[in-house]
Design a protein around this ligand. Structure first.
Ligand code: SF4
Ligand code: SF4
Length: 308
């Protein structure tokens, strides 16, 4: 069995393949206004004879073009394999994977999230191999993911591996006693990797309501969410990444912004907001400071990924 593989001296080789990203394409109701191309941070969109076109190999999945288009011509491409629903999980092959960024920045949290599942859902096993490495699980296994990027990679890179979000699972537990956050007012930033999953957005909002948290939605949220800016890292100079981060942060009506991705935590701090990481709210723990610069964050994470 593949549990505790991160204790191996040598991590398995990094897997590369076609990752099921949220790519976009442009339909023939394009009126050639050029708004999408002007807004694309990586110049992935160009004018062709009768409409604009997106070059998917350059696209960084930020979602900007889809919210700028006045005719709805920009739409997502079909994804390769969907995550599954609760009643499709084979509980004899069910695992929880916290993701590298959570392990790195909040090392006490994964065990607590696992315990919540084991105490109130079912006996879920721990799986702590990075999603960029072969998960080493038998076909038909399900990985419950905290991280949207892990969910996408496990599902699209490895044949026979099913995924579901941690949030849907936790929200499904009847009568689970959760912390009371006393009417705290927040906005929500929905992660890119879960942008096409309204079931995750519903579960997150349901959990917040159960924790007595009031939601003030931002203009772009749920399936219309746009990137916090972190996806831009490496594609454009850092100053532009930080500019996009501030632009996204400014779209939230509340200072408190609930996020469920560690990269989004860093981005919201950098954008002048107070990020409330969903696992911290769920476990009623205080979030720790995250002073890393963009370069520090990405280089620490890359090193962790290489070794796990
Ligand atoms: S999703 Fe972002 S990067 Fe991709 S084509 Fe649209 S604007 Fe450009
Ligand atoms: S924003 Fe929409 S209508 Fe305008 S060029 Fe882009 S795809 Fe066409």
């Amino acid at each position: 069995m593949a549990e505790n593989r991160n204790q191996d001296m040598t991590a398995p080789a990094i897997v590369t393949g076609y990752e099921d990203k949220f790519y976009y394409e442009i339909a023939d109701n394009c009126v050639m206004c050029g708004a999408c191309a002007s807004g694309c941070p990586v110049q992935a969109i160009e004018r062709a004879d009768t409409q604009y076109v997106i070059h998917s190999s350059f696209c960084i999945d930020c979602g900007t073009c889809s919210v700028l288009c006045p005719t709805g011509a920009v739409h997502r491409t079909p994804y390769m394999r969907e995550s599954i629903s609760l009643n499709q999980i084979d509980m004899s092959k069910c695992y929880f994977n916290p993701g590298c960024a959570l392990n790195l920045y909040k090392p006490d949290v994964p065990e607590k999230m696992l315990k919540l599942l084991q105490d109130h859902f079912s006996y879920v096993k721990f799986h702590n191999i990075c999603c960029r490495h072969d998960p080493g699980l038998e076909a038909g296994s399900t990985i419950i993911n905290n991280c949207a990027g892990c969910d996408r990679r496990f599902r699209s890179l490895y044949e026979g591996i099913n995924t579901i979000s941690y949030w849907e699972v936790i929200d499904s537990i009847p009568d689970l006693i959760l912390p009371d956050h006393n009417g705290l007012r927040v906005s929500i930033h929905d992660s890119c990797g879960y942008r096409h999953k309204p079931q995750v957005h519903r579960a997150v909002r349901s959990l917040l309501a159960k924790m007595n948290i009031e939601i003030v939605e931002a203009s772009f949220s749920g399936t219309e969410s746009v990137c916090c800016g972190d996806n831009f890292y490496g594609a454009v100079p850092n100053e532009q990444v930080e500019k996009r981060i501030r632009m996204r942060a400014d779209q939230f009506p509340c200072d408190n912004v609930v996020v469920y991705c560690i990269g989004c935590v860093r981005a919201m701090i950098s954008g002048g907001k107070v990020p409330l990481y969903l696992p911290d709210l769920l476990l009623d723990r205080t979030g720790e400071p995250m002073p890393d610069t963009l370069d520090e964050y990405h280089s620490k994470l890359e090193e962790y990924i290489q070794n796990h």
